[in-house]
Design a protein around this ligand. Sequence first.
Ligand code: NAD
Ligand code: UDP
Length: 339
Amino acid sequence: MAAWWNGLAIPQGETMSSIKRILVTGGAGFLGSHLCERLVAAGHDVICADNFFTSQKSNVAHLLDSPNFELIRHDIIHPLWLEVDEIYNLACPAAPGHYQYNPIKTMKTSVMGAINVLGMARRCRAKVLQASTSEVYGDPEVHPQPESYRGAVNPIGPRACYDEGKRAAETLFMDYHRHNGVNVRIVRIFNTYGPRMHPFDGRVVSNFIRQALAGEPITIFGSGSQTRSFCYRDDLVEGMIRMMNGPDDFVGPVNIGNPGEFTIRQLAELTLELTGSKSQLVEKPLPVDDPERRRPDITLAKTRLGWEPTIPLRDGLAETIDWFRSVRMADFRAPTPNY
Ligand code: NAD
Ligand code: UDP
């Protein structure tokens, strides 16, 4: 017999107590929209709050007909009054070009956004997860980066609005946890890519694919010997959900990323191979404070969450290229000057 809750059919295998009211801030973004999809499919009552600074409604348009999905245009620097059981706090521009567009707003989003979701969590006794970042390690002297490494961040450089904003958010999460007993989780996300990333966000994966498909020069910043470790979005979303549902004594921070490490030049060459493009590689100046190496130590995620990535770069990149081929670039607003 079909079970019903709040007018909604409860998916098989779920009970009323396992269905939660979940707020996803930044839920219309690249990662947020995939997270919303997963949570809606699991039958949860999902509220997406977003100001669409770096995203568009089309990312979640397919969810709007679901009775267990709700979309609110809201800027998280302002308080929001909702009754929820869980909050995933993803609201924040993530690409360097996006977060440097209005650095003061970026800092406000991280800090005031954290205060607002933590206040809501305290009032509702909700669990709240912070989408932090590998940028808290800055340009790391320790490699690969374990969670115990405290980082090397330039507090006055152009990346500081993001790095220090996210570091301050982690501080707030830990202080609300210690002083107010708020049930928190912190995940440090390493470079994640996949379908629905903003084609004009200026990040390396989106730039290279877009340039390769258009036959334009591939812009390598610096010599291309700097490294990143790229995680496919499905692996990442799985890691975030596991952390939210993990044991209450494990608040993190926990690294979620793919330890496969590639130079930027290797990424360019793989993109050319998978697209069949004849684009030339051209070198451009390296941005200030660009980290030289980055790779997550995921021992903690493996042991405490039983999580590790499953999708190799080659496969994930092929999926992402297919998606870039399927969309019309003209449908995307470029919020920042394009590199
Ligand atoms: P994204 O830019 O696609 O998503 C961010 C979303 O937040 C967008 O929908 C944007 O409109 C929204 N937003 C921004 N400021 C807001 C505000 N003041 N109020 C409400 N909404 C706001 O980026 P993403 O890659 O999906 O990143 C999601 C989260 O994960 C971010 O917090 C980011 O810092 C974190 N993260 C992502 C990566 C990555 O590689 N993708 C790496 C580390 C951390
Ligand atoms: N990068 C590049 N060409 C581009 C965009 C980025 O060579 O068109 C480099 C950038 O300098 C950095 C790396 O790729 O070393 C990753 O950049 P991204 O902006 O994707 O993320 P980051 O990890 O720096 O936040």
